[in-house]
Design a protein around this ligand. Sequence first.
Ligand SMILES: [Zn+2]
Ligand SMILES: [Zn+2]
Length: 264
Amino acid sequence: MRLLLLGVRGSTPAPGPEFVRYGGHTSCVAVLPAGDVPALVLDAGTGIRQLSGPFRGPILLSHLHWDHVQGLPFSRAVDHPDAQVELVIPGADPLATLTRAMSPPHFPIEPDGLQGDWSFTSSAPLRELAGMTVRQAEITHKGGVTVGTRVELGGTSVVYLPDHAPQLGSSAAEELAADADLLIHDGQFRPEEQALADAYGHATITDALAFAERCGARRLLLTHHAPTRTDDQLDALAKEWPDVEFARQGELVTPSDRSRSRTR
Ligand SMILES: [Zn+2]
Ligand SMILES: [Zn+2]
């Protein structure tokens, strides 16, 4: 299993020359079980515009905040006559939940205006999706229900928690992330910004590290970088925290292999 990081930015896209090395697109990760074809996608931030397609498979939304859904109607891979998408959304009424965000006057079309074959289902604790074992559980964030996701294939496990405040109390996240080969975790804030992290339901780098250690995760890759965090600032953080990796858009990640490769 490999992962293609299509968007690693939190809150809003970050365009401009100071953001080109880590990338400006918001949350989206494609899972490639074998070969180069994405079979499952985590979140649909603006990074999903870079997905190759037509896409056939599940897209799992961690939650409905803008930075995790805004790319959905702008991705040619998923808004495509030959696309076949199961959109998995937290909560009991997935289509109604999405339609609240994606309908006039907030947006010109509703979900049924997307091209291709679409179905809308609710997150579930355990499912087989695209040949992989997928576990989901509600985790601590703010502003609605947020789920974390664990994907397992052939003895390799990846856990995706892009918006998570482990410091705000217990959640099922620890169980979800136990002994993960790779933990992709919220690292939006610096330790000095703890009050902001707490207020918005995000993690500081130290919160993420402490959580990864508690879970026994083998590798920690921080994502959801603050939209104001420049490339130079992220480089400085990477130097300051050598045991932590900072996600870069366009990176192809093999969970058990710390050597990193870029695709674009
Ligand atoms: Zn977010
Ligand atoms: Zn959020």
